[in-house]
Design a protein around this ligand. Structure first.
Ligand code: HEC
Ligand code: HEC
Ligand code: HEC
Length: 136
């Protein structure tokens, strides 16, 4: 059977369309739209320490650099542990897994990069006028 140019053209267009569709659906299904945990402010044992996902994601870290070995995906979990202290950080636990002067600045330097204090806490919570923990 002789295959006409028209038949070939139709087949080509069909293939291209299918190909484009696959590419498009991959773009939509990509992991760029995954939600990170936003800004976390620790208030135990001292008020307050800030952790920003955006800064850490911009450094090219993957979610599993921290989850779930170092931290649970639930704000307030680490704070429930008695060992959420500088001693643990210096021993390489929690933030100290990276903030060791190697992967990131050391935990025994630049205290105020992490520690924003009571004033910083109030500033980030709308001047302290908002109720604590009020999301709604
Ligand atoms: C550099 C470390 C780090 C990386 C990387 C990281 N997280 Fe987190 N994430 C944390 C910390 C710290 C907490 C707070 C845990 C706690 O309070 O015990 C947290 C909490 C969360 C929470 C809970 C937020 C809430 O309000 O309860 C979610 C959701 C989350 N992360 C998602 C992600 C996702 C998704 C990614 C990747 C896109 C990611 N995280 C990457 C450190 C990280
Ligand atoms: C998986 C590695 C990793 C973990 C875990 C991690 N960080 Fe970081 N962090 C980084 C890197 C990398 C940078 C950027 C390099 C630098 O500043 O030395 C950074 C930068 C920062 C900065 C500086 C932001 C700025 O404006 O310069 C702060 C503050 C910070 N981290 C706080 C924390 C706190 C608090 C924790 C624990 C709750 C934590 N990080 C856990 C890797 C990590
Ligand atoms: C990489 C971030 C980071 C840096 C840098 C850092 N801290 Fe901390 N610090 C924390 C976290 C996280 C906690 C536990 C959460 C909280 O108390 O809110 C903490 C808790 C503390 C506590 C209470 C618990 C304890 O260990 O007694 C003190 C005091 C403290 N830090 C002092 C300091 C001093 C002083 C420096 C500078 C020499 C410093 N921190 C640098 C993250 C940091």
């Amino acid at each position: 059977m002789k295959i006409s140019n028209k038949t070939l053209l139709v087949a080509l267009v069909a293939l291209l369309t299918a190909g484009l569709f696959v590419v498009t659906s991959q773009a939509i299904g990509g992991d760029d739209d995954e939600e990170d945990g936003g800004t976390i402010i620790f208030t135990q044992p001292v008020k307050a320490v800030v952790f920003e996902h955006s800064i850490h994601m911009d450094m090219g870290l993957e979610c599993d650099s921290c989850h779930d070995d170092l931290f649970e995906m639930a704000a307030g979990t680490a704070e429930e542990n008695d060992d959420f202290t500088m001693k643990s950080l210096y021993e390489g636990k929690y933030c100290g897994a990276c903030h060791d002067g190697d992967t990131a600045f050391a935990s025994n330097t630049r205290c105020t990069s992490c520690h924003i204090g009571v004033k910083g806490y109030e500033r980030m919570n709308g001047g302290g006028e908002k109720k604590e923990g009020g999301h709604h």
